[in-house]
Design a protein around this ligand. Sequence first.
Ligand code: DGL
Length: 261
Amino acid sequence: MKIGVFDSGLGGLAVARAIMARLPEYEYVYLGDTKRVPYGGRSQEAIHEFTSEALDFLFAADCHLVVLACNTASAEALRKTQQEYLPDRYPDRRVLGVVIPCVEAAVATGAHRIGVLGTRSTVESGAYPREIIRRCPEAEVVQVAAPMLVPLIENDAVRHLDPFLQEYLDALGYVEALVLGCTHYSLIASQVRRRFAGPVLVSDEVVPEKLADYLLRHPEHESKLGRTGSRRYCLTDLTSGYAEMAARLMGDEIDLERVQL
Ligand code: DGL
C-alpha cells in the first residue's frame, strides 16, 4: 500500500518532495485539489467536506496512510477526521497532519513567545495556540493571517513579496520563534529568515523526520507499505501553469494526472 500526501493545491508538493527525499523507498500518491484551491478562507464545514472527499480518493487509490500537508485542512479538519471519518469508514488506516509536528518543533526550541503565520482559516481555527499551550502552558502565541502570501507565491510574483511580508512580521511584534503555518510558505522561508533571526519552523523541513519517526514507532502500519518507490501525482484541475509550477516545486518535470473527486 501507499502513502498519500494531500494539499488544497500545489504547495504541498514541497512537503511531498521532502518526504520522498527522506523516505524514497515507499510508494506515494500526491493529490492536489487545484480545482477548489484556496481553502484558506473557507468555512470549517467546507474544508472538512473537501478533505473527506480527498481521503475517499486516496484510500480508494490504495493509500494506507495519508499526510494532510495542507495546514488549513490539518487545522480545520484533522480532529473530526480522526474522531468521526476514520472510525466510521477506514478504522485500520491513518491520517496525520502537519500542525502537531510543527508545534512540537516550535516548543522544542524553548521559545515562550511563538509567532504563527497562516491562512485566515488556520488562524481562526485556533489549532496552533491550542496545541502549543497544551504542550507549553506558559507560552504566548501570536497569530497573524497572511492572506496575500499564497497568491503572490502561486503567481510567481515573489519579487513583490517584501512589503506584505514586512507588514505581517511587524504585526507579529516580538516573537522568539516563528511557525510558517502554510504549505506555500516553505517557498519563501529564505526571505523570512533574512528578516527574522530566531528559529523558523517550516513543514517541509519538519514533517519528513517526524513521519520517519512515526513509521519506526508503528511497525504495524509501516509493514503495510509497499517499497517499489512508485510515484503518482493527481490534480483535480490541470493547466499549463500548474504543470510549470509543479516542475518548479519538484525540481523536475513530473507526470500530472487529472482526477475527479
Ligand atoms: N495549502 C494551504 C495551507 O497550507 C494554503 C493554500 C490554501 O489556502 O488552500 O494552508
